[in-house]
Design a protein around this ligand. Structure first.
Ligand SMILES: Nc1ncnc2c1ncn2[C@@H]1O[C@H](COP(=O)(O)OP(=O)(O)OP(=O)(O)O)[C@@H](O)[C@H]1O
Ligand SMILES: Nc1ncnc2c1ncn2[C@@H]1O[C@H](COP(=O)(O)OP(=O)(O)OP(=O)(O)O)[C@@H](O)[C@H]1O
Ligand SMILES: [Mg+2]
Ligand SMILES: [Mg+2]
Lengths: 251, 251
């Protein structure tokens, strides 16, 4: 049974892309067949996994326009496979706005390829627009990376409201897997305080462990690999591996 | 003569909101009359300056819908004034898409209040959508905060392309003031490498100094103040003050 997980938070820069990439690699190391989907026009995930978004003939944008199928656009890799994106995807937002059944386009596109995978991870951009709603409609569960800092905390409430809307209208079985504290600095009180706040105010189940901040994580995308390859014994790599084990038990 | 500056970068979490808030306070300390505009539906700037976005009767969204004027929505403060936002602003994107002259709504709304200020700083959300295009159309110059890390670097090229479009269609005098390196860690090679890359690849003039990363900056929004009040002698506060002095010379 395939688990489709939307990784979402409209607050910018909370490590959504980093979490999709690193978790996908860690779950592959645990023997899972994993598909990553880049649903952000910035195409950071496509870039971080060593593809050049500007040189791809077709991306998920073409799938959304009905010009091709997901199977045709798929990039099979040594590790997790990828449905790539490019800046053209920004055009999908306008195109989808007036289309009937616009929330279901991704779900329908995935129908003929998803069964080949154990886990599908969808990287959402920093928005609650129609692309993220497509991810939430196609998903079984939602994983919410958040930075344990004040400004990032604000977004969690808004996101949970949007998830309620999706559950009421386009995906009644959608559930929240939980939150992941990213770029966490255990030495500061701010981090610990917000961690408690997210659990108490929003009732969000936070999955252990928090991911420590480390420049080694920020260096990895430049090499086209995740921190698991770039700095395999770093605390951040260890934390993402432990997160993958804890997630696997929940699926 | 009023200077209208759009602070923009569609990459999420690069300190756009933090830079607008802190620079506005620093320019006020230099004797300037400053207006901040929150153009992000997440309303982080409104929140960080100690207003509760959820309890405001009217925000810039109502100005965009033509229900009220900017003067009516304006929050006058002890320091820089604020045109606040709320999550309702996300509705403006749909409303504006079909409106004639949709790129000029903010520019027109500002016409009757902007002359009371020396500087207007517009906080954009992590998107190149119609709200950011409104900011770029209303602005004289653009300030681009960027995180000296690989994933953040990718956005600068896309943004410069959008700025070219705006200059060709809706605002021929728009110019780029420059970039500001935020959350900078001088101890790592990654930071220094990307800093060089941004200048060489994109020809972006980077305004000194880089802003050091410090948890004191991340703590400030929780108190409703900027780092200039929260940790006035920190290196980050000093750096933002120096940036304000350097910017003032360029206006
Ligand atoms: N644990 C970590 N330690 C240090 N840096 C990190 C960590 N996780 C992510 N980063 C860096 O933080 C920045 C933001 O991360 P990322 O781009 O993954 O966030 P995002 O939520 O996907 O952003 P966006 O909202 O723009 O899509 C990147 O430069 C990334 O390399
Ligand atoms: N110099 C700094 N040192 C440490 N933390 C910082 C610094 N500048 C900003 N931050 C923190 O980084 C996070 C992102 O900053 P901020 O919200 O201002 O970015 P943004 O670009 O406005 O994000 P968005 O794309 O969501 O609008 C916040 O938690 C903020 O407090
Ligand atoms: Mg991302
Ligand atoms: Mg912001």
């Amino acid at each position: 049974m395939t688990s489709v997980i939307a990784v979402a938070n409209q607050k910018g820069g909370v490590a959504k892309t980093t979490t999709v990439h690193t978790l996908a690699e860690a779950l592959t190391d645990l023997g899972k067949d994993v598909l990553m989907i880049d649903l952000d026009p910035q195409a950071c995930l496509t870039y971080a996994t060593d593809s050049d978004p500007d040189s791809l003939d077709q991306t998920i944008h073409d799938v959304f326009l009905g010009r091709t199928t997901a199977a045709d656009v798929l990039i099979t890799r040594d590790g997790p496979d990828l449905l790539p994106s490019s800046i053209d995807l920004a055009g999908s937002e306008i195109h989808l706005l007036t289309k009937t059944g616009r929330e279901f386009v991704l779900k329908r596109a995935l129908a003929d390829i998803k069964d080949a995978y154990d886990v599908v991870l969808i990287d959402c951009g920093p928005s609650l627009g129609i692309l993220t709603v497509n991810a939430l409609t196609a998903a079984d569960t939602v994983l919410i990376p958040f930075q344990a800092e004040t400004l990032s905390d604000r977004g969690v409430g808004q996101l949970l409201e949007t998830i309620d809307d999706v559950r009421n209208y386009t995906n009644e079985n959608l559930s929240v897997l939980g939150g992941v504290a990213t770029m966490f600095d255990a030495r500061t009180n701010l981090g610990k305080r917000v961690l408690v706040d997210v659990t108490e105010t929003h009732g969000l189940n936070v999955i252990e462990p928090p991911i420590p901040r480390s420049v080694r994580v920020a260096e990895a995308p430049g090499e086209g690999v995740s921190v698991l390859q770039h700095a395999r014994r770093s605390r951040s790599a260890e934390a993402y591996r432990e997160l993958a084990v804890n997630l696997e038990k929940m699926l």
